[in-house]
Design a protein around this ligand. Sequence first.
Ligand SMILES: Nc1ncnc2c1ncn2[C@@H]1O[C@H](COP(=O)(O)OP(=O)(O)OP(=O)(O)O)[C@@H](O)[C@H]1O
Length: 635
Amino acid sequence: MPAETAQQRRVLIIDDEEIVRDSVSTYLEDSGFVVYQAGDGRDGLSRFYEVTPDVVLLDLRMPRMDGLEVLAAIAGQLDRIPVIVVTGAGVLQDAVAALRLGAFDFVTKPIVDMAVLEHAIRRALEHTRLLEENRRYQAHLEDEIGSRTRDLHRRTEELLVANAELTKEMAIREKTAAALRQSEARLAEIVSIFEGFIYTCDSDFCLDFVNRKLADHVGDDVAGKRCHVVLYGLDQPCPWCRHSDVFKGQAARTEFYNEKDGRWYDAVQSPMFGSEGQVRNLQAVVLDISDRKATEDWLRQRETQLSEKNRRLKSSMRTASRFGHIIGKSRPMQEVYENILKAAESNAHVIIYGQSGTGKELVAKTIHDLSDRGSKNFVTVHCGAIPDSLIESEFFGYRKGAFSGADQDKPGYLDAADGGTLFMDEVGELNLSMQVKLLRAIEGGGYTPIGSSIVKQADIRIVAATNRNLRQRLESGHFRKDFYYRIHILPITLPALSSRKEDIPLLVNHFVSDFPHGDKLPVVPQRIITAMQRYDWPGNIRELQNSVHRYITLGEIDFLDLPPTTDEPPPAIRPDPPPGLPDRFDQPLSQAVSNFEKQYIEHLLQENHWHRSRVAELLGIDRRTLFRKMKAYGL
Ligand SMILES: Nc1ncnc2c1ncn2[C@@H]1O[C@H](COP(=O)(O)OP(=O)(O)OP(=O)(O)O)[C@@H](O)[C@H]1O
């Protein structure tokens, strides 16, 4: 294989004439070519694939495989490896056939002028170079076009996406703008048909907008004029105007009377903010509320009239000598009646002070009956009679299973008194922990039945009563200050019977006529009444009531100091204790024991001027037990 350099061109000569091959080879090698040879078509073909020449000189007439066959075999390579057919001058049609098959050129044998051949070779090489260059350029061009086309596609894609986004956004904007236009139109319509006045003004009170209604009122030409001048005929800003608050960013509402037209208005002034959050303008919406005001005035007057009427009605229960079931015409009782009326009209808690038997419960019930709560429950609690261990369950109730024996839910006093009145007799006896819980309940914090986790609420009015000095209980720490001040809102003090003895005849008559068939009984003699008026009645009206009942049933009274009389037989006076045995032996033992117990307790109470602590001590029982028994026996 000949040695070659990178710049050297390679020529393959396929020719069966050795002499031609050698002479051409010699010439071409001298001209700088590298030459390869093959003696027939078949060898030539294999050399072709072996050396991949730059140009082929191909004889057409050769043994084994002629030049046309070789051309046909390498037809696919002819655009890169040009073939110059070397043929005899007599077979030019072969040369034409070879050119048709893709040969680049032909030279005729014998080759007379090697320079012609070299020229043909160099032309072929130049042609191939140009072709190659062209191919490369084309490839580069295609690459370029491809990349630009891809670029273009990408940008087109991007544009399409951007376009779609834009279209979407435009559609949204269009929709928003349409909605805005619609709501603006609606707002404008509302503003135009709004019955009140709407205007806006700047920080110098200069108007820049008024609605139709206001324009009809003050004229169209108001822009730049001061609102207080145009609207209200004032030189100075209106006294009710909250202009400075509004320009600090706060809305304000005011009702005012306009002297100019003699009407009442309700004005809502609010700030209108600029794009940077600063208050730009004041907007005022002003409604004529004169009709509403007139109605309110009418209602207020009517309420006053009604409450006056109500008061008169309630007072009509009151005669010179009684107030409902309460008997008495004395001065102190007149004051009590006034206080009862006041308490009935209010919803505040009440505390009634008075000695035992002065009628505290009766007064409490009267207040309840006359109050708005009259149709609801009046629940009486004798605070002194409830053992501490039961007090919470009694007040708040309990759930089934809360403790042994709680076999069903039980409501407490608060449940029963919801909407009505809770009368707390002997409130001074209430323990401190219960005071706290009750205070919470009446202040809206609710209460929880034992065994439950649900906090309940009850709307309760407390009317408390006591015959003890609550201030002393406060100082000794037995009564909580907060609870005291909560219930000590409307205090009522009931006079002792000894301080209103002029009421005794009325009371006696009342108790007689209240007795079964009392209207058929003879009038109580004056001397007994006089005697009764001399007595001090430490047990107060309860004691008087019991004495009258005993007088009616037994024909005797049981207090000392009865003056002698001539015109009437004196009633049997029985200062002695009751006999040890009853005068009847026809009743069951339990009844007889009860009767005895009642008489025994009553006697001790009378003897000790109804001092219950002392009586409890004498009986060897605690105060609570005594209270319970007195209640049970109606003492
Ligand atoms: N002014 C009165 N008119 C008619 N009855 C009265 C009057 N005051 C009291 N009573 C009667 O006297 C009895 C005792 O009254 P009440 O129970 O209201 O007294 P109290 O002050 O609550 O007694 P205590 O402090 O012992 O509970 C009741 O039967 C009551 O009806």
